[in-house]
Every structure is written in C-alpha cells, then in structure tokens.
Design a protein around this ligand. Sequence first.
Ligand SMILES: Cc1cc2nc3c(=O)[nH]c(=O)nc-3n(C[C@H](O)[C@H](O)[C@H](O)COP(=O)(O)O)c2cc1C
Ligand code: SF4
Ligand code: SF4
Length: 429
Amino acid sequence: MIDLSVKLGNLDLKNPIVAAGGPLAGTVEHIKDCVDAGLGGIVTKTTSTVWYLQRYPKPLYSLLDYKKDKMKPYNTPDSYFWMHREHNSCYPPLQFAKIIEEASPYAKKHNCAIIGNFSARTIEEWEEIAIAYEKAGCDALELNFCCPFPPDGLTKSELDLNIGIHYTKNPHEAVKVLKHIRSIVNIPLFVKMSPDGSNFKEVCKLFEEAGADGVTMFANNKTLRVDIETGKPNIYGFAPGTGPGLKALSMRWTAEIAGECNIAVMGNRGLSTWQDAVEFIMSGASAVQYCTPIMIRGLGYVKELLDGIEGFMKRKGYDSVNDFKDMALNQIYTNQELVDKVKPLYAKVRPDKCIGCKRCIEVCWYDALAFGQKAGVIKKNCAGCSLCSQVCPVDAIEMIERDNELEHFQAMSSAHPELAPEDFWPKGL
Ligand SMILES: Cc1cc2nc3c(=O)[nH]c(=O)nc-3n(C[C@H](O)[C@H](O)[C@H](O)COP(=O)(O)O)c2cc1C
Ligand code: SF4
Ligand code: SF4
C-alpha cells in the first residue's frame, strides 16, 4: 500500500501536492473544488489591506510560448511562460476570513490542509489577520513576504509600501513580524519568499530562529518580455512571471536551504509535471506547490500528478515518500569531492554504430573529433565534455574514465600548451 503522506514541519499532509496561493483558492467554492481534486494542502489567495492591491489587476494574464494545436484542443504543451498582473484578493483580509471559515470544515472533513496566505503593513495588522485566520480554521499560515507589486506611485499612505516583497528586501523587519506572529498563534508558520531577494541562507536561518516551520521557495520573479513585431513590452512592462524554465533555479535553492537549515521547504515556481515533484522531494522539499500548471490544465490535473507519483513509487518499490526524500540532496558533491572522487572522461566512437552524420563534429570545441568514413576521437585533445555523446542521434559515442588527471589537463590546453599553468606540460615544450 503506497503512502503519499508527508510531514511539512509540524503539519501533516495526506500527500505532497499543494495548490499555490492564487486564483485556485479565492472563493468558498474554489477551495472546495481544490479539496475535491485531492490536494494535500491549499494555500489561499493573498489578502492585504492595501487599497490598490485589491483593485486594478489589469491586464490579468498573458500566456507566452504556448503552442496551441487546433486538432488537439486539450493538448497542453510542456513549455510556456506566464506573466500576470493579478494582485491580492479583492476581499479584504477580515472578509476573506469568512471565506476560510465557511470552507474549512469541508477541507478538514477530507483531510486537506488550509494554509492562509496574507500580507500586512504593520505588526498590528499582521496580528489581527493572523488571529482571524487561525480562528477561521486555517491549519497553517503562509506569510506573504514576496508579493511583487509594491504600489509604487499609488500609495495613499507611506505604509502602503510596506507590503509583500518589502519583507523579502528587509528581512529584519520580516523576522520581527514572524516572531510576533509565532508568539500569538499556535498553528505552523510558513514564509513565502521572493526569488528577487538575496542572501537566502542567512535569511532562512533567521526565519528558523524566529520560529518558522518552513519556507516556500519561490513566488514569481519580476520579469520582462517583448513582442518583437511591435517592439512593445508584453503586458505593458515588468510583471511577475513563471514557467517550467525556472524550475532548476527554484530547485537549487530548495536543496541549499533544506541542506543547511532545520526548516521545511515547500518547492514552488517552475514545477509542472509529477516528475518535478519527485525531483524536488529528492532535492529536499517536504511538499511542492503548483499554480500555473493547474490553472492551465484544470483541477483534473491534480489526479494526474498524484497518479504519476504513485505509479513511480510502485515501479521503484517505494512504500512512502520518505523512501526517496532527500535522496539527491544527500549526494550533492562539494568542489573538494569533485576533485577527489570524480574521474575525467574521454570520448570513444563505436564505429559499428556511427552513421557518419557529422553531428558530433559541430559540437566539439576542443578539436578532438576527426572524420574519415566515420567519426573518430583524438584522445589527446579530448576534454571529456561529453557534448558529442549527448547529441549523437544513435548513441555511438561512449564516455570512458581517464585514470590520469594530467592527461586531462593537457587535453584541455592542447591548443596552447605554452600558455597553460606550469605543471600541465613537461618543461621545454
Ligand atoms: C494569476 C496568479 C495569481 C497569483 N496570486 C498569488 C497570490 O495571491 N499569493 C501568492 O502568494 N502567490 C500568488 N501567485 C504566485 C503563485 O502562488 C506561485 O508562487 C507562482 O505562480 C509560481 O508557481 P508556478 O510556477 O507553479 O505557477 C500567483 C500566481 C499567478 C499565476
Ligand atoms: S567529449 Fe567533448 S572534447 Fe571530447 S570529443 Fe566529445 S565533444 Fe570533443
Ligand atoms: S554524431 Fe554519432 S553517428 Fe553522427 S558522426 Fe558522430 S558518432 Fe557518428
């Protein structure tokens, strides 16, 4: 019997798939639909008291690099870039608490955690909303320190600037908020971080000390795209953007924080397939959030994600998510380990497989491929980069370990041996 349940800090989830904050969970009905979809947790739409963020989200969405196919209307391409200008919920936080209050019994009945997401401008506001959300039935809170829309130019009060991403940029203020909320609510606390911040390790350690159960990495980046036919910026300029192309960056930070801090990490931004969930969990994530992949494909996609993970676990003989959690995290090498443990390589063509297409020759930047009837490797020049073997259409190139490091350095510098470091080549060359 496969067990998909995970522990997310002090929060138990029946499975690791969580709806990321956004329009998936902005009304009572939508929260219930998310519950029915089988999600392990639901982050609710961000609320705040900033007047501007409750209004004017226009234009809403822009889906770029999305290849449509009129013969297959339900085809959803793996690749896309998404930009949007959706702000906070139009319902102010204390009104939104009523939405949570109405939906939470249904979520509890189906063992789906509700994680209330909000941002605020002062400690008093943070406190009031946190208490209201806990009372309304949230199982945890996700403090929005990331929302990328400071209302520049549209402030009614100076305080309006102290919202969302302000806390990513001012982590010491974020810590004060976190400590205070930790002292007044009993439910687990998560922090949603912006990728436009910096010093993530130091900041996450501060959050850990302040009592956070975990961090969500990440919200959207502030991005820019241009329509080259008109020369105009897409969606009128800078706007939050996400897409599968950003997955590797989010995963890198998930692993760095999971490896160095004692807090849970929820992977987010750029995941789109069930395989991505597995990759993030192997890299240290305790759970994973999806927003645009579900928005684009519909809530039925949650079942596909869960079935995919379950099928994978069956195939690999894993009974629980813990059987593969941190698997990759524990095998990330330091530079010292790379030096000590990893041998250099060289390429070798298998003439029986080579079809003579010359594809490999185009990609060899070390002058190590020659061509007669078939491709052949000049071993003394081969830097072992492996690009040729990765592009060869018929897998005719094998990579073989060198047992001599010096030979490897000599191959890399074979074009200009006289310019190489002294210990690469015998003297007098
Ligand atoms: C239309 C839209 C609205 C969003 N609204 C919120 C929000 O209210 N609160 C929040 O924390 N994140 C919000 N996000 C960010 C998502 O929660 C998520 O962090 C981001 O889209 C990256 O995940 P993805 O690559 O799975 O889409 C929103 C994203 C989109 C696309
Ligand atoms: S491994 Fe790299 S350097 Fe060696 S032959 Fe192939 S492409 Fe050239
Ligand atoms: S890419 Fe492969 S098949 Fe093509 S020439 Fe090189 S080794 Fe031969």
